[in-house]
Design a protein around this ligand. Sequence first.
Ligand SMILES: [Zn+2]
Length: 378
Amino acid sequence: MSARPRIGEGKIGAFLSAAIGVLAVGSVLCLRYPAFLTTPELRAHYDMDALRLILAIAMMAGAGLGVLAILLRGPRRLALFGLAMLFLATILGGPYVTYRNFSQPKIYFGLDWLILDLFFTGLAFGALEWIFPKVRPDQPPLREGWKLDLAYFGLNHLLIGVFLVTSTYFAHVYFAWAINPAIQSHVAALPAIIRFALVLLAADAVEYASHRAYHEIPFLWRIHAIHHSPTAMDWLSGSRLHILEPLITRAIVLVPIFLLGFPQDTIFAYLIFISVQSVLIHSNIAVDIGWFRYLVVTTQFHHWHHASDAEALDKNYTAHTPLFDLLFGTFHLPAGRWPKNYGTVKPIPGNMLGQFLHPITGTIASFTEHREDPSLPP
Ligand SMILES: [Zn+2]
């Protein structure tokens, strides 16, 4: 009996080859033009030898997968695109291209942050969503809307410099007057675990208030509705954010952290925790952690926040611990149940430009509707 070609595996191979090819071209461009394409705050911590080795291994794996995909009769065009990208990365200098000294320009893009986060988060959560039980077992990895979410992932990572500069500027310029050295020295003297709990609570207090405002103030909802528009949840869907949302939220969340004067190790632990948790809570992973769900924000808790089921609207606002939802009566976590539907109740535009303009077009539309029927909410 002759073995039949495994077209499904060929598809995965071709897709991975194309993805690695694009990331490899981006990585080599980062090595060639670090001044404009890499993030100074991250660059200082890089182990260049390890990163170059990872890039070399990934490029070889990408080439192997591309060839294998063609042999398995996968999508030939996609596999050839992947191989062409890997060839381009090689002629641009490959993993060992010379890294020159430079002076830092004021404007830069976080292409390094985009590539590293996409590669490692995609690898880790792609595997986790494959290994663990799924919330929606039938949902494929390339589900409806993945391209749009990937575009948002790209945009919001490339603009990391803008978010860092504006949030730091906002805290330093408008809140420096409120710094109290006595409070800051008390905070610095606390045990590390208490400081970590305190930074999460301080951030969550602001997250709760701002998130609730995003839901309850009509203009802010038109910004935040973009984040609620995916009808499928997975590790990538949380990336869908109107550009104004990270700009506003990061600026105000930094204020209590700045005022309390947490040391670098606490900030670092906080950044690692939130970067993993923010992906995990959107993921398609159904893991029950028992009573622990009253202590930390879980996937199930945040999935209910994204539900368009009537029982769950405007619930579960906190980002790290459900404490403030429990205190203010917005906690909704039925044991063992998951939402039926995700997305917004009212449809919003399905493309990035339409979503970018939605705060304006949605406001204009609501004025028109309101004039025709004054009983409608604004
Ligand atoms: Zn929300």
